[in-house]
Design a protein around this ligand. Structure first.
Ligand code: PLP
Length: 380
């Protein structure tokens, strides 16, 4: 018999994918499931980006690339980051098969057995798993009492971190809450990071999807440039989840260390996908249209929930919201799927029981249908 490693046996499979599997099972039985559990835009990848990918294949961009990614793309990313106020040359950037791989590589580079990592809850499901696989210990700060905002919870963060804290992960706009942290909140993070010499990952994968606010990049704050690693990707802003393309930028020594893991594992992101990424960074109108659609849907869902006397913290970015449900959110989500045929993700998967995450990356008809079914079956 095979014996498996501690680093894997201490981790659970992704809860989001587990719900999806259950939903797919029902669908295979012929049930019409309203799937509000998925973390991806429901739009096709913009045509110009698809064309650029095809053209790159036709042009023979099908071999290995430099491990860190083609220089043209890293230069374009460097310019994009400069627009965000961040100063990273191509030598401080690694292009990865998805932001998930970027986060994995950074955490593997920084976290050893027993190192402490702080998370703001609710937090994206994979942070915990990645930290555990690296042998790290988690310290969690609950933002559910402050409408998922960080600024009023800075005291709690201050109490949670210490000189023992190696790493803090900040994700704004947030999955699963849609919260965008204020500048004052980020300044509070900076003060604590500097005081305790903490490295910070700023996961900015939803930065391009916001409603009337401009999120500040943490690395632009004074004192943060040499302790921040900025992560972003193409999945969400350009509806490119299946292309697998992301990147991270940070101090050169971190890039060199993480680059070893990168080159010995994935080698590089896919060649022609990187060329499509170049086109994506030039794409503006289709992105603006998707963001407008998400904003309309957000407003629709908030209004529909209000009709059932349910108040949610209004998301300012991404395409998720946390809906308060029963204390036993796991049972609520399973029931909602079995009885109302609506798939959502339990808040406990993100470290925050008592909520269900709804993704509003679905058509208005499906969102209306989903809320109606939940109400009809007594779940709202
Ligand atoms: N970070 C957050 C907060 C996410 O929600 C996701 C995807 O769901 C990712 C990173 C990873 O995205 P990808 O690997 O598709 O670039």
């Amino acid at each position: 018999t095979m014996e498996f490693t501690d680093r894997l046996t201490r981790v659970e499979p992704s809860a989001t994918l587990a719900i999806s599997a259950l939903a797919t099972e029902l669908e295979n039985d012929g049930v019409d499931v309203v799937d509000l559990s998925v973390g991806e835009p429901d739009f096709p990848t913009p045509e110009n980006i698809v064309e650029a990918g095809k053209d790159a294949m036709d042009a023979g961009h099908t071999g290995y690339t430099t491990s860190a990614g083609i220089i043209d793309l890293r230069e374009a990313i460097s310019e994009k980051l400069a627009d965000d106020g961040l100063d990273h040359g191509p030598e401080e950037i690694i292009v990865t098969p998805g932001a998930k791989q970027a986060l994995y590589e950074i955490i593997q580079a920084l976290i050893s057995d027993g190192d402490e990592v702080a998370l703001l809850d609710p937090a994206w499901v994979s942070y915990e798993a990645m930290v555990k696989m690296a042998g790290g210990d988690l310290t969690r700060v609950d933002l559910s009492e402050t409408d998922f905002q960080l600024e009023p919870a800075l005291d709690d963060l201050e109490a949670a971190v210490s000189d023992e804290t190696e790493l803090l992960i900040v994700n704004s706009p947030s999955n699963p809450t849609g919260a965008v942290y204020s500048d004052a909140a980020l300044e509070g993070v900076r003060d604590l990071a500097v005081e305790h010499d903490i490295t910070v990952i700023s996961d900015e994968i939803y930065k391009e999807i916001t409603y009337g606010v401009e999120p500040t990049s943490l690395g632009t704050l004074e004192g943060m440039a040499d302790r921040t690693i900025t992560v972003n990707g193409f999945s969400k802003a350009y509806s490119m989840t299946g292309w697998r393309l992301g990147y991270f930028a940070g101090p050169e020594d971190l890039i060199n260390q993480a680059g070893k893991l990168h080159s010995h594992s994935v080698s590089s992101a896919v060649n022609f996908v990187q060329h499509a990424g170049l086109e994506a960074l030039e794409t503006e109108d289709p992105v603006a249209e998707m963001v407008d659609a998400f904003e309309d849907r957000r407003d629709l869902v908030i209004n529909l929930l209000e009709e059932h006397d349910i108040d949610v913290a209004e998301p300012e970015g991404a395409f998720y919201m946390m809906v308060p449900v029963d204390d036993d959110d796991q049972a609520w989500c399973e029931g909602a799927l079995e009885d109302a045929h609506v798939a959502t993700v339990p808040g406990s998967a993100f470290g925050t029981p008592g909520y269900a995450r709804i993704s509003y990356a679905a058509s208005e008809e499906r969102l209306e249908e989903g809320i109606e079914r939940l109400a009809d079956e007594g779940y709202l």
